[in-house]
Design a protein around this ligand. Structure first.
Ligand code: NAD
Ligand code: UDP
Length: 324
């Protein structure tokens, strides 16, 4: 049985953060959830508010924070393309200043600190599937750069605080993840297709739908993040976390139509600039070091996500940005 720890989760009210907070609270840890609510809302953690081992803090991670904790999970950052491109300078500040602030805090408290990095560090990859050793093909001056390069700079800071200051850092590279509590207006492909299918709207495929993604269910992913935080002391990563099942975007649209029984039409819209052509994680490192692999097949995870979308009231959600 592990001991009770004081744990800070930045971005803790978001899609992944709220599920991570729930898991950590259930394990009896003392959890501080920090968020500025840019792409989330308090209702995501409403069910935790009455718990004596949960605390909610409105704070923007681009400003320093002074707390005493044993572990930090750094998830604060808009993750959907429409959200991170809305104010790209702020996105870069969130990644870079946010990393500096949590690393400084971890150094002062001798805390362990985990960075939620992304498959976007591989850009539009020339190597398939993507192993951690692949250094990526990223446009430094395109519309996705604020996110991709921000996350790459954050990885550099994590590696340097580890080398220079011996901070116990961990890096996970998260591939496309979906599940209940995704923001219904985040503009990501799974939330868009489900929302559109359930409301009888056209399903918007960008381009011809031949680009691929690998979709990991939220619970599998959060399990991987927790295993990485508690993994071998000499393993800082980066480690890929994602589901190696690879689907074209058109296949995803067809599965969503089948599972919802919707009569929505599939239509094509222009492909956004720098949209990666294909993406699939190589996860042998996570299997070897963390004994982790995803367990939820796409159809099962989508069915649970669809059920959740059917249970919410859309009027309770405000769109964080006009891009969805
Ligand atoms: P999300 O948008 O639901 O969560 C991000 C949270 O961070 C939100 O609650 C948001 O309000 C908060 N936030 C944003 N800027 C902030 C700031 N300056 N200060 C404080 N809080 C701030 O997205 P998510 O999918 O839960 O992603 C969580 C993390 O995982 C992100 O760092 C993201 O880059 C990473 N990630 C997610 C995926 C995915 O597919 N979901 C893939 C790769 C990486
Ligand atoms: N996409 C789409 N229709 C949508 C939203 C997204 O076809 O309504 C495509 C998008 O162009 C990309 C893929 O789906 O090729 C995944 O997009 P998402 O924004 O979910 O994440 P990304 O992996 O691009 O960051």
């Amino acid at each position: 049985m592990s001991s009770i720890k004081r744990i800070l989760v930045t971005g803790g009210a978001g899609f992944l953060g709220s599920h991570l907070c729930k898991r950590l609270v259930e394990q009896n840890h003392d959890v501080i959830c920090l968020d500025n609510f840019f792409t989330s809302q308090k209702t995501n953690v409403e069910h935790l508010l009455g718990k004596s081992n949960f605390e909610l803090l409105r704070h923007d991670i681009t400003h320093p924070i002074f707390l005493e904790v044993d572990e930090v999970y750094n998830l604060a950052c808009p993750a959907a393309p429409g959200h991170y491109q809305y104010n790209p300078i702020k996105t870069m500040k969130t990644s870079v200043l946010g990393a500096i602030h949590v690393l400084g805090l971890a150094k002062r408290c001798r805390a362990k600190v985990l960075q939620a990095s992304t498959s976007e560090v591989y850009g539009d990859p020339e190597i398939h599937p993507q192993p951690e050793s692949y250094r990526g093909s990223v446009n430094p001056v395109g519309p996705r750069s604020c996110y991709d390069e921000g996350k790459r700079a954050a990885e550099t800071l994590f590696a340097d605080y580890h080398r220079q200051n011996r901070v116990d850092t961990r890096i996970v590279r998260i591939f496309n993840t979906y599940g209940p509590r995704m923001h219904p207006y985040d503009g990501r492909v799974v939330s868009n297709f489900i929302r559109q299918a359930l409301h009888g709207e056209d399903i918007t495929i960008f381009g011809d739908g031949s680009q691929t993604r690998s979709f990991c269910y939220r619970d599998d992913l959060v399990e991987g993040i927790i295993r990485m935080m508690n993994g071998p002391s000499d393993f800082m990563g980066p480690v890929n976390l994602g589901n190696p099942g690879e689907f074209t975007i058109r296949e995803l649209a067809e599965i969503v139509l089948e599972l919802t029984g919707s009569k929505s039409k599939i239509i094509e819209k222009p492909l956004p600039a720098d949209d990666p052509t294909r993406r699939r994680p190589e996860i042998s490192l996570a299997k070897e070091k963390l004994d982790w692999e995803p367990k939820t097949p796409l159809r099962d995870g989508l069915s649970k996500t669809i059920q959740w979308f059917q249970s919410i009231r859309m009027e309770d959600y405000r769109a964080p940005t006009p891009h969805y």
